[in-house]
Design a protein around this ligand. Structure first.
Ligand code: ATP
Ligand code: MG
Length: 569
């Protein structure tokens, strides 16, 4: 296509709220346009890339025998009430009423809708397995929409759902989807890692995330440098930890410990490794129907609380901070709390590393006092893994050191089991003629987020560098001097030949300075440009690789074959 006929509103202006390269370049290069917080229009270039990404996703899913459907975006709230998620999902779920006062939600994900679709149309095991997917809009009223397409409120997701007669078959499909997702992200040209994940509000057990490795990623992932182990910090585990330092030998006693409200201060006061101190963190846990309670999480002083794990440990919807005043009202002394001396009605969860532990020091639940000689051998309590794995901890699989890295979550696959089919009464008749709930899996890809993820991984200080399968055009042809007839004629000839061979070419035929057009090429970022300049008179043109901007002079006669070599693969 010709630039003179296209809407590509490139600009030098960086949007005020943009900090990430992908956000800045997608707007500056005219791929997208902001409409409101977390809402975007796709302009012609953006739509082309979006379609390419979608097509790759669809091609690979179709090869794996998944079938495409398209579900309504507006969902009757009754579906969500039946599954119990209407209350659980929180404020991200946009709820509204129609003129007849019926409740609706804008689908943030579609488990309920898809289960109902299958419930109405599949009765027997003979129709299983089934894997249905759609690429459709989702709406989540995100608390902090930001980073452009990375975290929008309205965004495009591929969401797939599979239905099976047995758990084994669901697990087979889960493995097939993992392999299919790997093919998709490889074709997109992404450097990614598959990691163990938390299952969040969707529920179910066994889930993996696909993380595009990028420093700007919002997720912290824990990876082992020696083996394959990788997990989102929300789900990461580690080999059991110990301390090289001597434990504080003491009989149970109360000690006056002024000014020791932090682990550091307490550790200095007793000259003891924080490993032997108990850190007690108080949170208010929020549950369905506006219910809440105060929960204490007890862990070793050398560890940090992982909030998602902590939240899951008590099956809460959310944990929120609580002030010292609020704690005082129920008889808890901030800075000196004890997980063993607790007012009635306060729940306590201990980290598993504290099970049967001894030689510990913790607060006395009295200002300026701590208890020494705490022994938890045989102490009955709730023990859960609630700590954040730290860099340098040991891998549970191979014992080598774990490291942190940052990732952008572009895909998430779950083994759901009967988490939705059971409450929604979605049954089929098994081989014995008995009704049984479907075993399900669910599989998501952030299609619009992928545009941002690709650019986060592929850009330089001048602009985008699209990967071969995602670029809006395979090649840009830049006519250096539009007044030079020979340049125009040659460019048009090459343009026509390439276009006829099915190559997507962007012909910059604007009456602009060469430097200006070159800047736009660098900003838009097709992988390749052909510059038709003054050397044409001597029989040469220039081929520029966007990655690294290396230039090569090639003879006019070789132009077509050289370009074809580079863009066909
Ligand atoms: P996140 O942790 O980033 O909020 P999520 O775990 O809530 O995402 P899922 O429910 O797993 O998201 O949705 C499937 C996919 O949809 C995600 O892997 C992600 O790529 C994409 N996605 C989720 N939320 C957004 C958003 N606000 N904007 C763009 N893409 C999103
Ligand atoms: Mg997720």
């Amino acid at each position: 296509m010709r630039v003179t006929q296209l809407l590509i509103p490139t600009t030098k202006e960086t949007p005020n709220d943009a900090t990430l390269a992908s956000h800045i370049y997608l707007i500056r290069a005219g791929f997208i346009q902001g409409v409101g917080s977390g809402l975007y229009n796709y302009l012609p270039l953006g739509k082309r890339v979006l379609d390419k990404v979608q097509n790759i996703v669809k091609e690979e899913l179709n090869k794996a025998d998944c079938q495409e459907v398209s579900l309504g975006f507006v969902t009757p709230a009754s579906y969500w009430q039946e599954s119990g998620r209407f209350d659980k999902y929180g404020k991200e779920l946009l709820r509204f009423k129609d003129r007849k006062n019926n409740d609706f939600v804008l689908g943030p994900t579609h488990e309920e809708m898809m289960v109902n679709l299958v419930k109405q149309s599949v009765k027997s095991y003979k129709a299983l397995p089934l894997n249905l997917y759609q690429v459709n809009l989702k709406f989540r009223d995100e608390i902090r929409p930001r980073f452009g397409l990375m975290r929008g409120r309205e965004f495009l997701m591929k969401d797939g759902y599979s239905f099976h007669a047995s758990k084994e078959d669901m697990q087979r499909e889960f493995a097939l989807m993992e392999a299919t997702y790997k093919k998709i992200f490889t074709r997109l040209g992404l450097d990614f890692r598959v990691v163990e994940a938390d299952s969040g509000a969707i529920g179910g057990s066994g889930s993996k995330e696909f993380m595009v490795l990028a420093n700007s990623g919002e997720d912290t992932i824990v990876v082992c440098q020696e083996c394959e182990y990788g997990a989102n910090i929300e789900a990461a585990i580690r080999a059991e930890k110990s301390s090289d330092m001597e434990p504080p030998e003491a009989l149970y006693a109360k000690f006056h410990t002024p000014d020791t409200t932090t682990i550091e201060a307490l550790s200095a006061f007793f000259h003891v490794d924080p490993f032997y101190l108990i850190k007690t963190v108080a949170k208010k846990a929020l549950f369905d129907k506006g219910e809440s309670k105060i929960v204490l999480f007890a862990l070793r002083g050398s560890d940090e609380l992982q909030e998602v794990k902590a939240c899951n440990s008590i099956d809460a919807n959310e944990l929120v901070d609580i002030s010292a005043q609020e704690l005082a009202q129920i008889g808890l002394v901030a800075g000196y709390m004890s997980p063993t001396l607790v007012p009635d009605g306060v729940e306590v969860v201990f980290d598993t590393l504290l099970k049967d532990a001894s030689h510990l020091i913790c607060g006395a639940n009295e200002a300026e006092y701590h208890l020494v000689g705490i022994d938890l051998k045989g102490y009955e309590a709730t023990y859960r893994d609630i700590v954040a794995v730290q860099e340098g901890d040991s891998c549970v699989h191979c014992g080598n050191k774990l490291h942190y890295t940052k990732g952008i979550e572009v895909g998430h696959i779950f083994q759901l089991g009967d988490r939705y089919s059971l409450p929604l009464g979605a049954n089929f008749l098994n081989e014995q003629g008995k009704a049984q709930p479907f075993e399900m899996g669910t599989y998501g890809i952030g299609v619009s987020r992928l545009l941002a993820a690709i650019i986060e991984q592929h850009h330089d200080e001048k602009g985008c560098i699209w990967t071969k399968e995602t670029t809006p055009f395979a090649l840009s042809i830049i006519i250096s001097n539009i007044k030079d007839e020979a340049q125009v004629t040659f460019a048009q000839e090459i343009y026509q030949k390439l276009t006829e061979s099915g190559i997507e070419v962007l012909l910059d035929d604007r009456k602009e300075r060469f430097g200006f057009k070159m800047k736009d090429f660098e900003l838009i970022g097709t992988p390749l440009a052909l510059i038709i300049g003054k050397n044409l008179a001597d029989g040469f043109v220039e081929l520029v690789q966007r990655e690294g901007l290396s230039k090569e002079s090639i003879s006019v006669d070789d132009t077509l074959s050289r370009v074809m070599d580079q863009v066909c693969y």
